[in-house]
Design a protein around this ligand. Structure first.
Ligand code: NDP
Length: 274
């Protein structure tokens, strides 16, 4: 699925270039050298190179302050050959993520981190970019032919980057949505009601087989290192026989996130070309 999305995005970008002489391009802004951010940027660079979409890394030192970061983002907003901007999180404690996100032009905010895009997603109005990870989850459901309308969806986790936007995207597709979090009582009772169970907690084995209804579709967003292996939030081997469909970790929602970032970057360039 991720490969099909990548190929579509690459084709749309070639067509855009043939028509206008403009190619989509992403600027990744990183402050400091968080190892996970470095790995993610490398993955994105490889993917964008393969797709023939521009990629630029703006690598700022850890000592960068709010004023310098905002100035960098503002100057990228003004560059015609930058169609999308990805600000890598987490930022060092000295800089404010809210201030930085607010500095990104909403039309270039391809990971949907700023309030304009989040607000449009919330209202379900106008053009917006949804964060790549939940958008990838929805793309998996759509491509697998899983019906969302009228189904009971349970989202475990309510972060601004995964759980919360995913709940809104499911609601926009007419699912009946329950959002669970660390204060939820009797999580298993709720997860067992799910036709679609989406989990983004960041803890291995948060979901075990007794918490999943037979035939349910399970989206596992967790990326955890456990016993030297990368595992999700769902006990995959326990759940795989019971679930109707389940995303593996690694190789499930992760590659879809990268593909959606590529798609959003090309979409930004198409909108800018209009
Ligand atoms: P956060 O830590 O920001 O959020 C975790 C959420 O889980 C919170 O809403 C928290 O509740 C909730 N939670 C914690 N413990 C429990 C519990 N026992 N029962 C129910 N809910 C609980 O994490 P992220 O959303 O950023 O990431 C979640 C996972 O997804 C991580 O493993 C991360 O690595 C992965 N991830 C994967 C991506 C991908 O491409 N597939 C991209 C981004 C993240 P509360 O709000 O009350 O604290």
């Amino acid at each position: 699925m991720a490969k099909a999305i990548q190929e579509d995005a690459a084709r749309l970008n070639r067509e855009l270039y043939a028509r206008t002489g403009v190619s989509a391009s992403l600027a990744v802004v990183r402050v400091g050298a968080n190892p996970a951010s470095v790995r993610y940027a490398d993955q994105i660079r490889r993917l964008f190179n393969t797709a023939g979409v521009g990629f630029r890394l703006v690598d700022l030192p850890t000592e960068t302050d709010d004023r310098q970061l905002v100035a960098t983002l503002t100057s990228l907003n003004a560059e015609a050959d930058v169609s999308g901007i990805l600000l890598q999180l987490p930022l060092p404690p000295a800089v404010s993520p809210d201030l930085a996100a607010a500095a990104i032009d909403p039309g270039k905010d391809v990971d949907g981190i700023a309030t304009t895009n989040a607000g449009r997603l919330y209202l379900g109005r106008g053009r917006f970019f949804a964060p790549a990870t939940p958008a990838g989850g929805i793309a998996i459901l759509e491509r697998a032919g899983i019906v969302m309308a009228g189904r009971q969806a349970v989202v475990v986790g309510r972060s601004a980057i995964v759980g919360r936007p995913l709940a809104l995207l499911l609601l926009a597709r007419n699912a009946t949505v329950t959002v669970c979090h660390s204060h939820t009582r009797d999580l298993a009772r709720l997860t067992r009601q799910a036709d679609i169970l989406a989990v983004a907690v960041g803890r291995p084995s948060t979901i075990t087989v007794d918490m999943v209804a037979p035939g349910a579709t399970v989206l596992d967003f967790g990326i955890n290192v456990f016993d030297g292996r990368v595992v999700g939030d769902v006990d995959y081997l326990g759940v795989v026989e019971t679930a109707g469909a389940i995303t593996p970790v690694p190789g499930g929602t992760g590659p879809m996130t990268n593909a959606m970032l590529l798609q959003n970057t090309v979409q930004a360039a198409l909108w800018q070309a209009e």
